[in-house]
Write a protein that binds this ligand. Structure first.
Ligand code: ADP
Ligand code: MG
Length: 690
């Protein structure tokens, strides 16, 4: 049957049910076949009720022997269903406050029921709110629900697992063979992947666990292949048109070494070497530098900027916040002006007159280097000769913003710097068109930051510790609790905290206050005073999260730390440990969720950004990790970028290989793949525009 026919072609699906299915985006038979199970239950083997163990997820099959409602206080009720499979003990299935359960099960007394869930067991096992279904002993449903690996589908209201299973089964049976295989035969053979029909049959109704894994592998591979072809196309596009070849790379870097107050680490030298080769070549540079907080990415950026400026071009550095832009300006100006290069600042909140003057100098070419925020990508900003774009802390900017700045020059080189250590698989998925350099070494002399998790009850001790460190000449950050999404309320909370600390805890110290509602020159003044140790304590919101660099600050206390994400905590912690002093991070938290507790434990256990990023991904999943919309991370149906690293590498190799032999995917056996890639491209574009 033609897969493009509407679902109403199936027996048992009328207009009403079609509407329900539409809620799952299912309109055609093909959609139904594309609605993959979210998990499976191996019902080739049921666990005997007498044998289930506490804590395990088990599927049991038994006869309903009793149903009762146990009333609780406040009109609440627990429904308890007893299941007997002839074991020594019976199992109870329980539901809380589901008033209709009792009547439902009363009709099933004496019938067989399958239940799946996590077992709680002291003596007799109990499954709370299990998934379940009645087995119609000689009905047709039977064969789909027992004695095999059974699919469990995502559902919607008004549609039962049993019915959806039946429909999916019918749809697969009727049209799996009608699907054309998008994978060219040669690739499929090389990777020993099953054909599309076999894969579709087994992703729904696996013949065996091996068949299921093979089906999953194939479908994940197909998804990742389309994605990687997209990436490979982007990369080829960039490579086709020549960019700028900077004539001298070694000279400018040597000049920079002369004005830096430290010698570059080996890792910095290596990364500068990598980007130097890019810049010397006519291929436009598109490089991502990943380096943990404090690894010294700014010096790397300065090397690139010096190369660009000495080559007669301008360089622009875009940072995510004004504070960070201003700090970059200071650091960069201090070094590069010694080399006779003019460095300017462009952020939204500078006085209009100053902004106009900077824009003027950018147009005339008098300014070699400009540091700024997204103010740089406004239409009114033009360059004389933009040759290098540096984007700091990439994960805050979308791909489009990156492009908006590049478009102000003629194929300038692009350097993206991120402090979020991104696991390799994700780098390939999200930034697959970028070459990656890793800054995997901290400058020498850094003492590890010791992290402690303290309960609120111990807060006085924590404050006493701060006092002691201040006595020794150090400074401290105190980061305020997150207050919902409102910057205004967050600023207010920070103000309160600062006042409270001043009045009751640290009356003899000077306390600075930094939050997002301050005007730019106020922020400047506070940071400057803190830098000069005129304030011993800086109370701040997360505006200090990225990049703020005061080496004498050796303690950071994060209030209600369990409300922050891991990446954010790691960034915040990176504000200390930047000088030669032993540094501490104190997480003040009484976590109310297991996730919150897990985050505190991860933070205490490691300060390796890569480990933290991986844990973060596990806890949150890739979508949230990046903020799906801005990163343009594609939605994948089968593939799991964490688990399927090997498949991703295979798909990537094959994608680049394929394009090198058939750049337009013009060969007839690449036609379907070309369509799949086009669909991915449209989805990615929609995501970025949205
Ligand atoms: P990040 O990678 O987090 O952006 P920064 O570029 O802000 O790190 O550098 C962190 C600190 O380390 C700065 O104070 C910087 O001056 C210092 N630093 C950078 N490179 C070196 C080095 N090779 N030796 C000593 N200190 C360095
Ligand atoms: Mg930085």
């Amino acid at each position: 049957m033609n897969p493009e026919l509407p679902v109403t072609k199936l027996k048992g699906i009328g207009e009403k049910l079609a509407e329900t299915l539409w809620k799952l985006q299912i309109r055609t038979l093909a959609d139904l076949v594309g609605h993959f199970p979210r998990r499976y239950e191996d019902r080739t083997r049921f666990v005997k009720i007498g044998d289930v163990r506490d804590g395990e997820f088990a599927t049991i099959l038994g006869k309903v022997t009793a149903v009762e409602n146990k009333p609780l206080r406040n009109k609440l009720v627990i429904t308890k269903v007893t299941l007997d499979d002839g074991s020594r003990v019976v199992a109870s299935l329980t539901w809380f406050n589901q008033w209709r359960m009792k009547a439902t099960f009363e009709k099933l007394i004496g019938k067989q029921v399958v239940a799946y869930g996590q077992v709680k067991r002291r003596y007799a096992p109990e499954l709370n709110t299990p998934e379940w279904e009645a087995i119609d002993e000689d009905g047709a449903v039977d064969s789909l629900a027992i004695g095999r690996i059974v699919p469990v589908y995502p559902l919607t209201e008004g549609l039962s697992q049993t019915r959806l299973r039946r429909f999916a089964y019918e749809a697969v049976k009727l049209c799996a063979d009608e699907f054309e295989d998008a994978l060219p035969d040669a690739l499929r053979k090389r990777r020993s992947l099953p054909g599309i029909a076999e894969a579709l049959r087994n992703i729904h109704y696996p013949e065996s666990d091996d068949a299921l894994q093979a089906a999953r592998h194939r479908l994940a591979y197909e998804e990742l292949l389309a994605l990687q072809i997209l990436v490979a196309e982007k990369k080829r596009e960039v490579a086709i048109q020549p960019g700028i070849a900077f004539p001298d790379v070694l000279g400018p870097v040597e000049e920079l070494r002369g004005v830096l107050p430290f010698s570059l680490t080996e890792a910095q030298e290596r990364v500068i070497g990598e980007l130097g080769r890019d810049m010397a070549s006519t291929l436009p540079m598109n490089r991502l530098v990943q380096g943990d907080v404090g690894a010294g990415k700014t010096a790397v950026a300065m090397a690139a900027m010096t190369i660009a400026a000495r080559g007669g071009y301008q360089a622009a550095l875009m940072a995510p916040t004004e504070i960070l832009a201003e700090q970059h300006l200071k650091g960069i100006r201090a070094r590069l002006e010694e080399l006779g290069l003019r460095v300017d600042l462009l952020t939204g909140s500078r006085p209009a007159k100053e902004k106009a003057a900077v824009k003027e100098r950018l147009l005339s070419g008098e300014t070699s280097i400009v540091v700024g925020t997204h103010a740089l990508i406004q239409e009114s900003v033009g360059f004389h000769k933009l040759g290098l774009v540096v984007i700091d802390e990439q994960h805050r900017f979308g791909v489009l913003q990156r492009a908006a700045l590049s478009d102000k020059g003629v194929r300038p080189d692009v350097l993206v710097m991120t402090a979020t250590p991104i696991p390799r698989t994700l780098t390939l998925t999200v930034y697959g068109d970028l070459d990656v350099s890793i800054l995997d070494q901290l400058p020498p002399g850094r003492k590890p930051i010791r992290t402690h998790w303290k309960k609120r009850a111990e807060q006085d001790k924590v404050y006493a510790g701060i006092k002691q460190m201040v006595t020794q000449g150090r400074q401290a950050y105190i980061v305020c609790p997150l207050v919902e999404e409102s910057e205004k309320r967050e600023a207010k909370a920070a103000t309160h905290l600062a006042e409270h600390l001043k009045a009751h805890v640290f009356p003899e110290l000077s306390i600075g206050l930094l939050h997002g509602q301050l005007k730019s020159d106020e922020k400047d003044a506070v940071m400057e005073a803190f830098r000069k140790n005129e304030h011993q304590i800086l109370v701040a919101t997360t505006v200090i999260e990225v990049g703020v660099d005061v080496p004498n600050a050796a303690v950071i206390v994060i209030e209600d730390a369990d409300n922050f994400g891991l990446a954010q905590l790691h960034q915040l912690r990176g504000r200390v440990g930047r000088g030669e002093h032993a540094s501490f991070c104190v997480l003040l938290a009484d976590p109310s969720t297991p996730d919150g507790t897990a985050r505190m434990e991860v933070m205490c256990a490691t300060s390796d950004g890569f480990v933290i990023a991986e844990e973060d991904l596990k806890l949150r999943g890739p979508g949230e990790f990046f903020g799906t919309r801005q990163s343009g991370i594609p939605s994948l149906k089968v593939a799991d970028v964490l688990r399927d690293q090997d498949i991703l590498i295979e798909a990537r190799t094959d994608a680049f290989d394929l394009l090198s032999r058939d750049p337009q995917l013009a060969r007839p056996d690449h036609g379907l793949l070309k369509e799949a890639v086009a669909r991915r491209r449209r989805a990615a574009e929609a995501l970025q525009i949205g």
